[in-house]
Design a protein. Structure first.
Length: 257
């Protein structure tokens, strides 16, 4: 992939916030679900990258996270591994809930009720995140799902109906679905990940992003907010400030941002 991990390992990491993170040094002492430990091995990831060393334990502790690290530093796995690992403990229950008509009203269609929402700026990134999520979900009952614009909404409805524990979406298409509560609800959401926050705020999506970030269950403490970016311009910091819980950590790798 052209990433020099031996070099990346030496880049300095700083953390700010009201909690402190003890970084992990290996995937073996990270407290991963056995199925996730296996899937990390299958992915060929031997050592956590610096951002992963800090973000994994932060997410396991339940803190909100703002993470800033250069492109190619492994941010996707930094949020996917701990989130999916946590969900694996209750994957059977989730699958049973999904398939149970008792959870549907008379005449109602299946409705996607993701526990995890990942918002990112474009179709390519969404697809990449989806592919990585699928690898980490291998041999578990967790179901990732991806939606993006540029193709008819109705083509994506059957994908959601197959089960959607984790939804990866671009902002415009996500709002299309949020405006159709019979198809998608965010009321069970536990994690909201904003990936490439800087790029999304560049592109005219500030209002969409604000609408999305207020669209879940807004009772305080119910949703863990995780923001990832290569840089953190002022509008991204403001957005973070508005949504971060009291217990949060800001992690910066190298000179990024
Ligand atoms: P970013 O989001 O920070 O730009 P990515 O998450 O896209 O970076 O990761 C870049 C590449 O590094 C991907 O090909 C990914 O599979 C790989 N990668 C991530 N973490 C590790 C790891 N711990 N060991 C080896 N490769 C990794
Ligand atoms: Mg990325």
């Amino acid at each position: 992939t052209g990433i020099k991990f031996d070099r990346i390992q030496q880049i300095s990491v700083t953390q700010e916030g009201n909690v402190r993170i003890d970084p992990i040094t290996s995937f073996d002492n990270a407290g991963l679900h056995p199925a996730m430990r296996e899937n990390v091995k299958l992915a060929g990831y031997n050592v956590p990258t610096p951002i992963q060393q800090y973000v994994l334990p932060a997410i396991f502790k339940g803190y909100d996270v703002v993470a800033c690290a250069q492109t190619g530093s492994g941010k996707t796995a930094a949020f996917l591994i701990p989130i999916l690992s946590k969900l694996m403990g209750k994957a059977k229950k989730l699958a049973a809930y999904r398939g149970n008509p008792a959870n549907m009203k008379e005449g109602e269609r299946y409705r996607a009720e993701p526990l995890v929402l990942i918002v990112c700026p474009n179709r390519e990134l969404a697809t990449q995140i989806f592919d990585e999520a699928r690898r980490f979900c291998y041999r578990t009952m967790l179901r990732p799902c991806v939606v993006y614009g540029g193709c008819p909404l109705r083509e994506q409805i059957p994908l959601l109906e197959k089960g959607c524990d984790l939804l990866i979406a671009t902002p415009g298409r996500l709002i299309d679905f949020m405006n159709r509560p019979a198809l998608l609800t965010l009321k069970r959401l536990k994690y909201m990940v904003i990936d490439e926050a800087d790029e999304m705020l560049h592109s005219d999506w500030e209002n969409d992003l604000k609408q999305i970030m207020s669209g879940g269950d807004q009772e305080e403490g119910n949703i863990t907010y995780l923001m990832f970016s290569a840089t953190f311009p002022k509008n991204a910091r403001d957005l973070a400030k508005e949504h971060l819980a009291h217990d949060h950590v800001r992690i910066r790798v190298g000179r990024a941002g």
